[in-house]
Ligand binder design. Sequence first.
Ligand code: HEM
Length: 403
Amino acid sequence: MVDIVDGPEVSALLGELTTLTGRDDPYPRYRRLREISPVVRADDGALVVTRHADCAAVARDARLGHMPAHMLAFVGLPDWEQSPALRQLFTSMLALNPPDHTRLRRLVSSAFTPRRVQALRPAVERMVDDLLDGLDGEADFIASFAFPLPVNVIGELLGVPPADRPPFQSLVRDWSQVIEVMTPDVLATADPAAATMREILGGLIAERRRDPRDDLLSALVATEEGGDRLTSDELVTMAALLFAAGFETTTNLLGNGLVALLEHPGQVPALAADPATAVEELLRYDSPVQIVGRVAWEPTTIGGAAMEPGDRVVAYLGAGNRDPERFADPDRLDLSRTDNAPLSFGGGIHYCLGAPLARLEAQVAFPALLRRFPALELAGRPVRRDSLTIRGYTELTVNFSEK
Ligand code: HEM
């Protein structure tokens, strides 16, 4: 058995990761944590794993799961059902365990198929070209490209009319804060945002019931498996989850990926030669989602350390993605890397449902962007987003130059 290590050094390293400096370059801290022990204990008691195999095990082990709703009262959230924002989070597939998760995942998977995603390719190519047409000189890459692209793509897929998409940008941002912070302050903006999202999506779903179209909302309304269907409330929650999960993360794949490419100009030909292989490496190198958390239900062993029921376990995906036991020369960006296995989409039963869509967007966007603007360069210091879970930039000023 491996010893779970805590103490001043672990505490200091984990503390640094919550500061802006630590977040700017977490990778040396992840490396040191991995060296100290496969499993360390944070000051709040959570067990942190940083190796590739252990992060994958946390995502896959059925003896670990999410905090069930009936336990939320014991972690300071007795009134979660009264909060539209918390209800929308805790009744969504992302936060549920089997068998509720299994049922919702099966129903959505029968509508959100790889075929539906592939059929979207021409529309994604058109949206990328339209956005590129509007770029010139110095501009913020996040606001002018990395944010609007995924919003429009997920809007197109679901069937949210273009005029209704812009409000979702701020609504989803305001709501999704609750994934990390659930204080009354945050709920004061997250609750009205969730309520408004539900109203708009509820209206669109009612329209699709009356008048089905060729979009994912209509497919979700029609979905039926063995006599089972999604209720109206479940439909709204699922659509809200797809919207939220579908763009903040992809925005950051585009932003983080662009910074990595601009810092390694010699790698650009490899991107053009094989965008699919290159995007896997961009996902590995600087993952938009850095951590996933679980709770142990039953005794289990992760990283050679014993976990007891009730233990909170946090997998640092960004650290596992740089594990030298899994990746040769892990701190090197190598867009031709084969046998890649980024943890960036998680694993096990909650493996990212939108992974094919996110990959499609990045595989279309990066080559088109660098073809159109071969002299693209950073113009100013990128502004880092203040979050431990989501890694990315809030502002990324670049010079869109065609020569
Ligand atoms: C789940 C990452 C894009 C929909 C997840 C998880 C990760 C992740 C790590 C697992 C969370 C956990 O185990 O606790 C990402 C990244 C993306 C991305 C890095 C972009 C680069 C998308 C897109 C969509 C989407 C485009 C939808 C259109 C979902 C959904 C789940 C999920 C619905 C929950 C699945 C479940 O609980 O069964 N994603 N995601 N994601 N993702 Fe993504």
